[in-house]
Design a binder for this molecule. Structure first.
Ligand SMILES: Cc1c2[nH]c(c1CCC(=O)O)Cc1[nH]c(c(CCC(=O)O)c1C)Cc1[nH]c(c(CCC(=O)O)c1C)Cc1[nH]c(c(C)c1CCC(=O)O)C2
Length: 382
């Protein structure tokens, strides 16, 4: 599905240059969940339409994708398509509702392996993820046009372990005990299902690129529920397959992994062919950079035999946006200095929260711009 139309020329390519590890004039910034309920314009849209209707309507999804870019004109360096990681389980046949105040709720979570064949349709003849999720591709194409090259556009997926956890648990959870019980009771079926989700995810990511996505992020939001050994067994092999396939199909599209809560696995993630590693706020940026650098010593990556640059994304604690502006400025300055002027994409350590003040996000975005411009200039003048 190649691009049928030309897209407007990209004006702000700061994110793409930083993701390649190039020297930049300032640090690019965007925020996970930058399109969401903290924005009154998003809440107004949600008052009229249910969540999945917004996802399924390219016109509505485009409007929401562009809302933060319009509001923070010139301050955000990337857009992310409005959708959800749960569109894959939904396409596989699972019935999911977004319940206000509760989050996603599955009608029939997987309780035993026999539920796999009872509820899932992705192995039925004629099933195509590209057909099921064409509405995401259409939204990406439309949003890319609507953005008119102001900033590049992210596509995304949920990582296989995180999707499996939701499919078994049936909702968010404090412990994911149902999902983890499955791992021990049904290891063989677990791996088969993870493989199925992985293959669909790869196709879906490639489809998003063909539709116009300029970079991609994999959200492993529940990675921290696994310990190091189980992450290596149930998460890492599938992340590896996704990264390898994507780099084989679209080597120039920056690929980010966000394994929340799993900084115990930083070394293992560092040697996979992801371009950017996104960090939550529980790790110090200086320590993260050292560990990634060390993990890559002696490992050659790209076709030219050159070592890939260490590009990290993150990682301000989102709750700092509840603090007074001077504290936000101070903590952002410290974060920017710790990451340094190259190989950093500024972000929060997780998503925006519904009760964040949009003006406090503006303080964060302006501080990233101011502090990183100072840092990059002082480095360049030396
Ligand atoms: C775990 C996860 C989900 N979805 C997503 C993740 C990974 C990121 C993370 O760890 O937060 C990813 C996601 N979900 C959404 C986006 C859109 C793009 C963006 O980042 O702006 C993205 C990238 C919109 C959304 N997805 C959801 C909302 C809020 C729903 C609403 O409008 O009622 C938005 C804006 C719903 C959603 N979707 C999911 C949950 C747990 C919830 C409920 C949480 C909540 O209520 O805030 C699953």
């Amino acid at each position: 599905m190649p691009h049928s139309v030309e897209f407007p020329e990209l004006v702000n390519d700061l994110y793409l240059r930083a993701a390649r590890g190039e020297k930049v004039e300032r640090t690019p910034v965007w925020c996970m969940r930058q399109a969401g309920r903290y924005l009154p314009e998003f809440r107004a849209m949600r008052a009229e339409h249910n969540f999945f209707k917004v996802c399924r309507s390219p016109e509505l999804a485009t409007e929401v994708t562009v809302q933060p870019i319009d509001r923070y004109e010139g301050l955000l360096d990337a857009a992310i398509i409005f959708s959800d990681i749960l569109v894959i389980p939904q396409a596989m046949g699972m019935d999911i509702e977004m319940v206000p105040g509760k989050g996603p709720v599955f009608g029939h979570p997987l309780r035993t392996p026999s539920d796999i064949e009872a509820f899932l349709v992705d192995t039925k003849p004629g099933f195509s993820i590209d057909v099921e999720l064409k509405y995401v591709y259409d939204a990406i194409t439309m949003a890319r046009h609507r953005l008119a090259g102001r900033v590049p556009l992210f596509g995304f997926i949920g990582a296989p372990w995180t999707l499996l956890a939701y499919m078994i648990e049936g909702s968010g959870s404090k412990t994911f005990s149902q999902a983890k019980r499955w791992l021990w009771k049904y290891p063989k079926q677990t791996h088969q299902l993870l493989e199925r989700i992985t293959n669909l995810s790869i196709r879906f990511l490639i489809g998003q690129v063909n539709a116009g996505a300029q970079m991609l992020q994999v959200f492993d939001s529940w990675a921290g529920e696994l310990g190091p050994q189980d992450f290596s067994t149930f998460a890492l092999p599938y992340l590896k397959k996704i990264a390898e396939e994507l780099k084989a199909h679209c080597p120039d599209v920056p690929l980010t992994v966000f394994a929340k809560g799993a900084h115990y696995a930083l070394e293992e993630l560092a040697v996979l062919p992801f371009d950017v590693i996104s960090l939550d706020w529980t790790i110090d940026p200086v320590e993260a950079r050292k560990r990634v650098q060390k993990a890559r010593e002696g490992v050659e990556y790209n076709a030219a035999g050159r070592r890939r640059p260490v590009v990290l994304q993150g990682n301000l604690d989102p709750t700092i946006l509840f603090a007074d502006p001077e504290i936000i400025r101070l903590r952002t300055k410290e974060m920017i200095e710790k990451f340094g002027s190259t190989g950093h994409i500024a972000n929060l350590g997780h998503g925006m929260m519904p009760d964040h003040d949009p003006e406090h996000l503006r303080v964060f975005l302006e501080s990233v711009k101011d502090e990183s411009t100072k840092l990059c200039c002082s480095k360049n003048n030396k």
